[in-house]
Design a protein around this ligand. Structure first.
Ligand code: ATP
Length: 226
């Protein structure tokens, strides 16, 4: 975009990071930070899902608790924020609705961030082929989901929609948006692992931020029978 003095005006670059965050852990935080830095994002918005379409309801605690833990975890990072957009929307949380919401409400360049495990099953997401004509996507590496031949391979249903752009090292969608695969520090941490440790009464120190640990303790979360 050109400004009125003919100077190049850089649009804001906005990262959308959806997840269940049940609870948020260091893998989420470090991943978002590395992506923010390497893609020069101006902001990364963490968006907890109300009802995640791909997870059993029983194991997911109330969205208010998950949101509060996200808020506590990101409070000292000026580039991070949290949004209730999915929590306030009735019904299941579909990423396509969230991306459309951000496209309608601001003019930033949007980068949707997800892990490799999510991308592997992208063809089960609502309107998955349309997703890539709405914004850019960044797929982060994740331990356990990185078989060598998967690194640059697209799901069958998407191959005809993209071509590989050698110059920028990314896949270009026919709409003009990009799909990036980004290697980040491998942190073999999952919310499942954190929940299991808590249930067993074991330490989760250094896997989640201390404020989140304290919140879980105070609210007696993730104990069997809750
Ligand atoms: P659970 O163990 O309950 O399935 P999770 O740890 O996968 O949860 P989510 O909230 O489902 O956490 O993840 C949100 C997003 O962050 C997903 O796109 C996921 O792939 C990504 N992600 C989570 N943990 C990591 C990690 N350690 N490294 C890279 N990406 C991650």
């Amino acid at each position: 975009m050109k400004g009125n003095k003919g100077k190049e005006v850089k649009g804001r670059r906005l990262g959308l990071f959806g997840g269940t965050f049940n609870p948020i852990h260091i893998g989420h935080l470090r991943g978002a930070e590395e992506i923010r830095e390497s893609f020069q994002l101006d902001e990364v918005i963490f968006i907890p899902a109300a009802i995640p379409p791909h997870k059993g309801i029983g194991e997911v605690i109330d969205a208010r608790h998950r949101m509060e833990m996200v808020r506590l975890a990101i409070q000292n990072n000026p580039f991070f924020s949290a949004s209730e957009v999915e929590i306030l929307r009735p019904g299941k949380s579909y990423s396509i609705d969230t991306i459309k919401y951000y496209r309608e409400t601001n003019s930033d360049d949007i980068y949707f961030i997800l892990g490799r495990d999510g991308f592997i099953e992208i063809d089960t997401w609502k309107d998955f082929k349309t997703l890539f004509s709405l914004c850019n996507f960044i797929v982060m590496t994740r331990p356990g989901f990185e078989k060598a031949n998967l690194f640059s391979k697209l799901p069958e249903a998407l191959t005809s929609d993209f071509h590989y752009n050698q110059e920028i090292g990314a896949w270009t969608h026919f709409s003009g948006f990009y799909l990036y695969f980004k290697e980040i520090t491998f942190l073999d941490i999952s919310s499942t692992k954190v929940r299991e440790l808590i249930e067993k009464g074991e330490s989760v120190r250094y896997l989640i931020p201390s404020q989140v640990e304290e919140y879980i303790r105070q609210n007696n979360l993730y104990k069997r029978g809750n």
